[in-house]
Design a protein around this ligand. Structure first.
Ligand SMILES: NC(=O)N[C@@H](CC(=O)O)C(=O)O
Ligand SMILES: [Zn+2]
Ligand SMILES: [Zn+2]
Length: 428
């Protein structure tokens, strides 16, 4: 196995430093390291971060291999600087058994671009009626620790309570898609003055906030871990802040699109902007950024949700919810959080690598770039600037909401256990 000497990288945005990656680990960190047969990677001006970890990715396999496969989705992940992704359970068949999660986990290993950690469904078939075999998924080769019916809300309070109680046995976490179903029947976009004007059924903030508040109370009541998926409103940030102030074991994520885009884009009636939860107001965006900066929101998760063109190139009401996110996440975070002065690169590493790895209970990811640690590294050029071209992607889908926008930064290289999955901005 070849070794790599990364020359002059700014670890977490600090002073230029060399990193020697050998035998899957960081073998040395310092200045003027001896290359001694290693391949040299010139990283002048590049920021080095620990490999990114996504808590929320849709890989679509099994069942919707026309939208994405484990192979193509993890290629996109590597290009985005990720070394680990959690694959959501809303596949067909649903990942609600040890057999399916092991299949997804094995496909990830075979593809080799990025580690894949399957999320297990909370209920059988995402049906919201019976608990799935959580223990068997936890004990399987896939070692599932994150459970979610994402795409659907576990709206039954008794089932949610039981799931929270059950996962305690193996230190698992329930990741909730917080959407009160009765308040969001046929909902199409953020509820507000604009939804009325556009004639699109509104998705009110309270439908998200009411479930988050209930689940925080349930998690506290049974002493378990709750993770809140794709927080999208200012009120949700307030509720999570309150739960944390009580010392409850609640974590939360925000998605890049909710940090940048607003609901007025729905006025185009272009379904590229249709997502669940919906794009919200500028006030919500500001509250999410502030919550991410002060740690109320623990992590950025992509909610990468590929859809083939026939599910997106149709009228708004008929279109699928969801947007791509893996290849643009770091750039959107740079634009919204770093270039605005809200976070430094150490803060980004915390929210896109260390914290998500902790929440997923991954031991070999999200580690600092220090001697002896696994050599999972991303090299990123923050000075780069590009116009987003939706055809330039490893994903099988093209539902990129940033198409045509200028975004900063570029992933130059990604290393997974010392092996480059991306070099010179290309898959290797
Ligand atoms: N976010 C979305 O709009 N869609 C997701 C489901 C989900 O994350 O709820 C999908 O699977 O397409
Ligand atoms: Zn969801
Ligand atoms: Zn999702």
């Amino acid at each position: 196995m070849s070794s790599y000497l990364i020359r002059g990288a700014r670890i977490l945005g600090g002073e230029p430093t060399d990193l020697l990656l050998q035998d899957g680990v960081v073998a040395a960190v310092g200045t003027d390291l001896d290359a001694a047969g290693a391949e040299v990677v010139d990283a002048e001006g590049l920021v080095a971060l620990p490999g990114l970890v996504d808590l929320h990715t849709h890989l679509r396999e099994p069942g919707r291999e026309d939208a994405e496969t484990v192979d193509t989705g993890t290629r996109a992940a590597a290009l985005g600087g990720f070394t680990a992704v959690h694959a959501m359970a809303n596949t067909d068949p649903v990942a609600d058994t040890a057999g399916v999660v092991e299949q997804v986990w094995r496909l990830g290993r075979e593809a080799g671009h990025c580690d894949v950690f399957p999320v297990g469904a909370v209920t059988v078939g995402l049906g919201g009626e019976r608990l799935a075999e959580l223990g068997a998924m936890a004990d399987s080769a896939a070692r599932v620790r994150v459970f979610s019916d994402d795409g659907k809300c576990v709206s039954d309070a008794v089932l949610m309570r039981r799931a929270l109680e059950y996962v305690k046995a193996f230190d698992g976490v329930v990741a909730q898609h917080a959407q009160e179903p009765r308040l969001t029947e046929e909902a199409q976009m953020n509820e507000g003055e604009l939804s009325g004007r556009l004639g699109l059924r509104g998705w009110p903030a309270v439908a998200e906030e009411a479930i988050i508040a209930r689940d925080c109370l349930l998690a506290a009541h049974v002493g378990s871990r709750l993770h809140v998926c794709h927080v999208s409103t200012a009120g949700s940030v307030e509720i999570v802040r309150w739960a944390k102030s009580k010392g409850w074991n609640v974590t939360a994520e925000a998605c890049p699109h909710h940090l940048l885009l607003t609901d007025d884009l729905a006025a185009t009636y272009d379904p590229i902007y249709k997502v669940n939860p919906p794009l919200r107001s500028a006030t919500d965006v500001e509250a999410l950024r502030a919550g991410l900066a002060d740690g109320t929101i623990d992590v950025v998760a992509t909610d990468h949700a590929p859809h083939p063109h026939e599910d997106k190139d149709c009228e708004w009401q008929a279109a699928a919810f969801g947007m791509l996110g893996l290849e643009t996440a770091l750039s959107v975070v740079q634009q919204t959080m770093v270039d605005t002065g809200l976070l430094d690169w150490a803060g980004v590493a915390q929210r896109m690598s260390a914290r998500p790895a902790e929440i997923g209970r991954l031991s070999d990811h999200g580690r600092p770039l220090a001697v002896g640690e696994p050599a999972n590294v991303v090299l990123y050029d923050p000075a780069y600037s590009r116009v987003v071209d939706p055809t330039e992607t490893a994903s099988l889908s093209r539902n990129n909401p940033y198409a045509g926008l200028t975004l900063p930064g570029r992933v130059v290289a990604t290393f997974l256990r010392g092996r480059p999955t991306v070099l010179d901005g290309k898959l290797s």
